[in-house]
Each structure stands twice: as C-alpha cells, then as structure tokens.
Design a protein around this ligand. Structure first.
Ligand code: KIV
Ligand code: ZN
Length: 394
C-alpha cells in the first residue's frame, strides 16, 4: 500500500444508516417491509456503506424487511440489531445472512443508571454478557458490531473494560452511542480520544458513533468524534429517530463535503440522491420535514430578502455555500414576497415567460409590492394574474 493510499483509507468515514431501524422505531415513522425495501434500494444505490434494516426479533414484519433487504442489496453491508441474547442474535443472523456482506449489531447498556434500573444487573455480569454475546455472534459472522448503550453516561474505566473485551471476543466495529443526546462536542471528542488512548486493542476495530439529537447536537457531536478518530458515523435520513431524532445523514454528508478544507474526511455517498431519499422517507412515513431544515427543508435553497436575491442573481455563492444541484435539486428558489426587490422580480417574470418594457415593469412591481404586503408568499399564479392585468392596462 502506498503512503497516499493508506492516508486516504485512514480518512474514509463509513456511513451507517439506521433510518430503517432507529428512525423507523420513532412515533409516526413505521414502515411496511415493502416500504423499507424501497428506501433500502435507494440507500444502497446512493453509496451508503451499511444499512441497518431493522430489529429482526422485534416482529415478523421487521424480520421479513431485513430478510428482503439482505436479499436485494447490491453494494451495502446489511445489518440487523440484536440484544445480548442468543435468541436475538440467531434471529438477526437468519435475516441478514442472505446479504453479500451481513453484519450483526449487538448491544448492552453499560451506564450505572441503565445497569441498575433497566437491566437490574451487576457490572461484572454485564461484562460477562458482553463477552458471551459478542463471542456468540462472532461464531456466526466475522462482521460484528457491539454498542454499549448509554455509552456517554458510562464510567470510563468500565467502558474501556467492556470495549476491550468486546474486541477480544471478536467485535470488528465498536459503536459508542450517545443514547440520550446528552454529550457536547468537546466532551465527546475527548471520550473518543480517551478510548483510543486507553483501550489496548482499539486499533483492531473501527470506532463508530451513534448520536441522538436531544440537545440539537447530534451532527456536531458526530463530527467532533470523527476529528478524534471515529471512522463510522450512524445516521438517519431527515434525522428521524427516537425523541428528537438521530444524527441527520444529509447534514453529516454535506458538512464533510462542503468543509473538506477543515475536515479532510471522505465518504462514499453520492450526494445527488439526498433530496430524492429525503422525499421518499418523508412521503412513506408521512413525517414532514420542517421548512428550515438544513439541506432538505423546503427553504434550504430559497431566498426572499431583496438583498439576498439580488446577490444570488449576480453570483449564487454570495448566499449559498453549496449548490442545490449537489443535493439533487434543479436550482435555488427565489421566493416572491414583501422583501423581494425589483431585480429578482424581473428575473422571476422572465422565468415565467414575460418580457415587460420599463413602464409595464414599474407598474407591475408596484402592484406586486401592494399584494405582497397582504400575503405571506406571492405564488407564480398570483404573478401571472397581476402581469396579465398590468399588460392589459398599457
Ligand atoms: O441509541 C442507542 O443507544 C441505540 C443503540 C441500540 C445503538 O440505538
Ligand atoms: Zn439510537
């Protein structure tokens, strides 16, 4: 391997998509096996590295979905979730085993709070269960991911002990979940760095992160972890997921692409599919995307303020840090409203097929401003009616 090849591999971030597992398990987001398969096909086509299709033991429908996804995926690794139980792991394997590259993802809580109240287990018993479950999964496949649930609220000594034992038992990916979206970027960076320093066999596994968005920090936390050496990020399309959701796929991918100058890490996702997969997930789940959502919101590439519209018409980079085409949109939208200026108005009319002389334009612009004062947004049909009127009057 040349020096350059090894450098580029070290900078490759694996994108693990859990839209169909963690995303789907949030209220209002459930999908049928057929719906999951259609989303999985898009994720597979767009270059997502690992697709977590579901939690096979949780229902017949989830088992069926993961099985179908495993049978149809052409490129991605297909993963299923399993608790630290043989029956879960067996069921997961039955579903994912059809994939070209199957993965079992098993997890167990390690924080004092979860061990005491949720598991009602002693730390030593939890540690033994980690060894037993990972070893059991490893006998089925050499592609095993292990997660310490509530990892960010786990005591560091215990976390290091469990991570080291999971690796020794055969885990090839160690995923650190911020299950309740509690951490902040600096702290999470240091946690990942601490694991890299203190766990003897850490380099034998890929370090992954799985961030929830309860404080709106899932993307920032994930990127901080990448800077500290994490090389897999777990994400969901449109950021869907439990409570405030998971780390948004489109935000992480576009941040890595747009700010490659300060975060020189690569991923294999073709960003041109982003709008398509976002709309597909929103359409299937009925879970609407907020208009001002980064990257995929209706307003993400829309401009209304006159000064912004004028700048955009002169050079789009004045107010856009990435092109709409790069995420699969055809172009930016100039929203006509009270804040729009004459330059944008004229350009919008040209787009609608009108070439007005100066008098007509002046008159139409005045009428447009009157209308816009009473209306949140002036739509194309409003403009057409207004122009026809103005032209008729001259
Ligand atoms: O948030 C979480 O801790 C999870 C694990 C199962 C990885 O989703
Ligand atoms: Zn989660």
């Amino acid at each position: 391997m040349t020096e350059n090849q090894s450098a580029s591999q070290q900078n490759r971030v694996v994108i693990f998509d859990t839209t169909l597992r963690d995303g789907e398990q949030s209220p209002g987001c459930s999908m049928t096996p057929e719906e999951k398969l259609s989303v999985a096909k898009t994720l597979d086509e767009m270059g997502i590295d690992v697709i977590e299709g579901g939690f096979p033991i949780s229902s017949t429908s989830d088992f069926e979905a993961v099985t179908q996804i495993a049978k149809h995926a052409k490129n991605a690794q297909i993963c299923g979730l399993a608790r630290a139980r043989q029956s879960d792991i067996d069921r997961c394997w039955e579903a994912v085993k059809h994939a070209r590259r199957p993965r079992i993802h098993t997890f167990l809580s390690t924080s004092p709070l979860h061990m005491k109240y949720k598991l009602q287990m002693e730390p030593d018993d939890v540690h033994q269960a980690v060894i037993d479950s990972v070893s059991y999964a490893r006998d089925l496949t050499d592609n095993v991911e292990w997660s310490p649930e509530d990892g960010t609220r786990t005591e560091h000594d215990f976390l290091c002990r469990c991570v080291e034992s999971a690796i020794k038992s055969g885990a090839t990916t160690i995923n650190i979940p911020d299950t309740v979206g509690y951490t902040v970027p600096e702290e999470f960076h240091d946690l990942i760095a601490m694991l890299r320093n203190r766990v003897p066999n850490i380099d034998k596994a890929i370090l992954s992160v799985h961030c929830h968005n309860d404080l709106g920090l899932a993307v920032a936390n994930s990127l901080a972890a990448v800077r500290a050496g994490a090389r897999q990020v777990e994400v969901a399309v449109n950021g869907i997921g439990e409570r405030a959701g998971n780390c948004a796929m489109e935000e992480v991918v576009m941040a890595l692409k747009t700010r490659h100058d300060v975060m020189p890490y690569d991923c294999g996702v073709d960003t041109h599919y982003i709008t398509r997969v976002s709309r597909q997930v929103a359409g299937i789940t009925g879970f609407a995307v907020q208009p001002n959502k980064a990257i995929v919101g209706k307003n993400a590439f829309a401009h209304e303020a006159g000064i912004h519209q004028d700048g955009m018409l002169k050079n789009a980079q004045t107010y856009e840090i990435m092109t709409p085409e790069s995420v699969g949109l055809t172009r930016s939208t100039l929203v006509m409203g009270r804040h729009s200026g004459k330059h944008a108005f004229k350009s919008k009319l040209q787009e609608l097929g009108y070439e007005l002389n100066d008098n007509e334009l002046g008159d139409a612009f005045k009428r447009f401003k009157d209308l816009a004062d009473h209306k949140k947004e002036v739509f194309d049909d409003d403009l057409i009616a207004l122009i026809d009127d103005a032209v008729l009057r001259h």
